[in-house]
Design a protein around this ligand. Structure first.
Ligand code: ZN
Length: 321
């Protein structure tokens, strides 16, 4: 067998593509626009719609992981085909149609974080969902990529009829002016953003204690660490279920493979690691279907235990429900 090289592979590809081109009858114009980021699946009788908001390449430096050397981090990014100075951070929100209510879990970036994110509204339209029909928004935690999509950049509500449910411990931590005043400058921005989002809509906001069932079949579970009130969700209908991991781990190619890593965006790094391992161990042992807010779209799949951590195995894309 002749040796396979990069050059010989690319040469073969060129021959194949060249052959195809001579058979074509007309030039197909390029669309020059992305296709909709919508994926629909069922959990029991519930219809779920994963909606892609886009991706942000978050700049990182040698302080990004507190308990690993930067060369180890660079190796992990390299293994995941990511640039060495940026963490790929995709955003996927989830709509649950229980048959009686439309529930949105987290709201995306509202187009206020990176030009490469903010597609939620376009994708809602592609999915045939009117933002006015969303009854309930449930927030996992108060980082801007989860709450900014409550409003557009001009401060108008994107889901005008929705009740907004937030974890009480999250509200208590971030809305405390003492915590704001003693926060470092980069975290103060996060506190001030929360006041921009919530100050004039406090009447629409309901606080819940983690553990509460916020809608039929949607239970909230305390998962503190990433933030003090960080919350994950269990969705159950019939004999099927889904664990919504929120930010228990960000990109799985980095944080599932390295579950011990404490990132600078975790308020309590040790607690974030303990929570991650507890939930991932359970999900792997029980072969649970999971979804993660920063997992590659459509963000759902399974976790398996490896010798050193976990690996995310994406679902196969289904075209029929
Ligand atoms: Zn996040």
């Amino acid at each position: 067998m002749p040796e396979v090289t990069r050059r010989s592979l690319l040469g073969t590809a060129a021959t194949v593509l060249g052959g195809a081109a001579t058979n074509a009858r007309a030039e197909a114009p390029a669309a020059n626009t992305a296709a909709p980021g919508v994926y629909r699946y069922k959990i029991g009788s519930y219809e779920l719609t994963a909606l892609y908001d886009g991706i942000w390449y978050r700049p990182i430096d040698d302080k990004f992981i507190g308990n690993a050397s930067f060369s180890e981090v660079e190796q992990a990014l390299d293994a995941a085909f990511m640039p060495h100075d940026k963490l790929a951070t995709p955003f996927t929100t989830l709509i649950v149609n229980t048959g009686k209510r439309l529930v949105l879990l987290d709201t995306g970036t509202g187009g206020q974080i990176a030009p490469s994110a903010g597609a939620l509204r376009t994708n809602l339209a592609a999915a045939g969902i009117d933002p006015k029909e969303v009854d309930t928004i449930v927030i996992s935690h108060f980082h801007p990529d989860h709450i900014n999509g409550i409003k557009d950049k001009d401060n108008a509500l994107i889901f005008p009829r929705a009740e907004i449910m937030v974890p009480a411990p999250e509200w208590a931590y971030w809305m405390d002016d003492g915590n704001l005043n003693t926060a470092p400058a980069d975290l103060k921005i996060v506190f001030l953003n929360q006041r921009r989002i919530f100050a004039d809509i406090a009447k629409q906001v309901t606080q819940f204690q983690p553990g509460k069932e916020v809608a039929p079949g949607i239970v909230t579970i305390a998962a503190a660490g990433h933030t003090p009130g960080h919350t994950v969700f269990g969705i159950r209908s019939g004999d099927q279920s889904l664990l919504v991991l929120s930010d228990t781990a960000q990109h799985p190619a980095v944080f599932a493979r390295h579950p011990d890593w404490q990132a600078s965006f975790d308020i309590d790094g040790a607690a974030a690691v303990a929570t991650r391992k507890k939930l991932f161990d359970r999900a792997a042992a029980d072969r649970m279907l999971v979804t993660g807010y920063h997992f590659p779209f459509p963000a759902c799949g399974h976790l398996i235990r490896t010798a050193t951590g976990y690996e995310h195995v994406p679902v196969e894309w289904q075209t029929a429900l």
